[in-house]
Design a protein around this ligand. Structure first.
Ligand code: HEM
Length: 495
């Protein structure tokens, strides 16, 4: 009897199909360690949209289509809403992270706090702030276009700092932003699929004395704990103080304290609020900044798309700057945003879910305590839904009558009860930044020594989040007479 059947004790059903693995390493040798979503997508091509594999003794189910992810993660969410227990969480000081909490009352409290601040109706309160930050982004880029990627990162982090803590970050070397960015960098390094798999399998690496030769993980972990403590505590105390003395503008912290139910446990609530605020930063900054960078890449590679979006903006709002009121009048810009999210999803495997019970799907056994991953990458490359998926083609979102279709590209934000809680906020940040950048700048390929355009040379980051690193791009104002001064006047006029 095949090994696959033998290992399936709880029923006579087989596991879903998957590559044959070695006894200890499982399917590790078949896996592209820095971009596992690509291997998973290849495995799916001959095996269907639910794949089973083993890595380092863990059972892993990969869901390759939106249909199956919805069928399991949404429609059977009572079984699929946990997160895997990871021994690295404590070691790197990340116990506070709402996104990694087990499916529990503690997670429910975090989720409620998030939901109250970022549900669609509440997220609208942040639109003026997002508009203001998008304009700061334009000002930053016009002053130093060569640092455009840094300005995008600053936009993504300062918009969250303001929304969560009502903290107005300085444009240069803001101490709170630097602390948080440092923490995120180490977290992402430690949480990359490759590193976390190594640490889960060889946990002693985290117990070696930090002076021990080769104990780099241990040293990183200690660094990470320190960074995490600073990132969680410092901005929270700042915001709490202001909320208590009623000097704070509207933000997640001040609004949550106003809503504090005095019948509940105040300490528990405060800890949950502190933790979820820091999580918003970790979850929201890299994802947002990376998506905007993917947009820049697409504009460079597809100048006709860029021009069509800019023509639409010119026709609808002339030489003003876009506001959220213009959104419904700019369908092509809307399609550019959808296509950006689809063309290169920056969070290609999202976050792992974990089964709390066994299940049967399409005649296959899904075990309890299995890691379940939604392969967002594979969904974005679904040839049936998105023909020629590697092409950046916003036109795919229009129906024959010229209206936008109803595919709002939600899958990059995940599924079920653990779906991204910041998705409406992220959507608004992305739309206003993209529309504003299109209105003011042209993004062009770099030039070679002879002044000829060349394709940009860059690398995709590896790890949890995938984005172009050090992407060379010529960013020029679309109108030669647009100067920093003129832009400032335009911003003042429209304020
Ligand atoms: C382009 C931007 C973003 C993308 C692509 C994105 C994507 C995702 C994905 C794929 C997940 C995992 C969902 C699942 O488990 O099925 C997630 C979870 C999460 N996201 Fe986002 N996200 C973005 C921005 C944000 C922002 C701005 C915030 C906060 C303001 C945020 C907060 C969270 C939180 C707290 C979770 C964990 C939810 C839970 O475990 O219950 N995200 N996000």
């Amino acid at each position: 009897m095949p090994r696959r059947y033998l290992s399936c004790f709880s029923s006579n059903l087989s596991f879903p199909p998957g590559p044959k693995g070695l006894p200890v390493l499982g399917n590790l040798l078949d896996l592209n360690g820095s971009q596992p979503w690509i291997s998973f997508t290849q495995w799916a091509s001959t095996r269907g949209d639910v794949i089973y594999c083993r890595l380092f003794g863990r059972q892993i189910i990969v869901l390759q289509s939106q249909e199956v992810a919805k069928a399991l993660l949404e429609h059977r969410s009572s079984i699929y809403s946990d997160r895997p227990p990871l021994s690295t969480i404590k070691a790197i000081g990340s116990e506070f992270n709402s996104a990694q909490l087990r499916y529990s009352d503690e997670w429910r409290l975090h989720r409620r706090i998030f939901h109250q601040s970022f549900r669609p109706e509440a997220a609208k309160d942040y639109l003026p702030l997002q508009l203001r930050k998008a304009r700061q982004l334009l000002q930053g880029i016009i002053e130093s276009p060569e640092r455009y990627q840094r300005h995008i990162e600053l936009f993504a982090s300062s918009v969250i700092m303001s929304a969560v803590y009502d903290y107005e970050a300085k444009l240069n070397d803001d101490p709170l932003l630097l602390t948080a960015e440092k923490a995120i960098k180490v977290f992402l390094e430690m949480a990359s699929p490759k590193t976390s798999a190594i640490l889960e399998t060889f946990p002693f690496l985290l117990r070696l004395p930090s002076w021990f030769p080769g104990a780099s993980f241990k040293r990183l972990a200690i660094q990470s704990q320190k960074n995490a403590a600073a990132m969680v505590n410092i901005p929270f105390h700042y915001a709490r103080e202001r909320a208590m003395t009623a000097t704070s503008n509207q933000c997640m912290i001040s609004e949550s304290f106003k809503r504090l139910d005095t019948r509940g446990n105040a300490d528990e609530f405060e800890l949950a609020l502190k933790s979820s605020s820091a999580t918003a930063f970790i979850a929201g900054v890299e994802t947002t900044a990376s998506t905007i960078t993917v947009f820049v890449l697409a504009m460079m590679l597809y100048p006709d798309v860029q021009k069509r979006a800019q023509d639409e903006i010119d026709a609808v709002i002339g030489d003003q700057l876009p506001t959220f009121e213009d959104r419904s009048s700019l369908p092509y810009v809307e399609a550019v945003l959808r296509e950006t999210l689809r063309w290169h999803p920056v969070f290609p495997l999202g976050l792992p879910h974990y089964t709390t019970d066994s299940d049967v799907y399409n005649g296959h056994h899904i075990p309890k305590d299995a890691i379940v991953m939604a392969n967002i990458w594979a969904m974005s490359k679904d040839e049936l839904q998105y023909p020629n998926p590697d092409d950046f083609k916003p036109e795919r979102f229009f129906m024959a009558d010229g209206q936008l279709n109803d595919d709002t590209v939600d899958f990059p934000f995940g599924f079920g009860r653990r779906v991204c809680v910041g998705k409406y906020f992220a959507d608004a940040s992305l739309w206003i930044s993209i529309a504003s950048l299109l209105a003011v700048f042209r993004f062009m390929k770099p030039l070679d020594n002879e002044g000829k355009e060349i394709d940009p040379i860059f690398q995709w980051s590896t790890g949890l989040i995938s984005h172009p690193e050090s992407l060379p791009c010529r960013v020029n104002p679309r109108h030669p007479d647009m100067t920093a001064h003129k832009l400032a006047d335009l911003i003042d006029l429209s304020a």
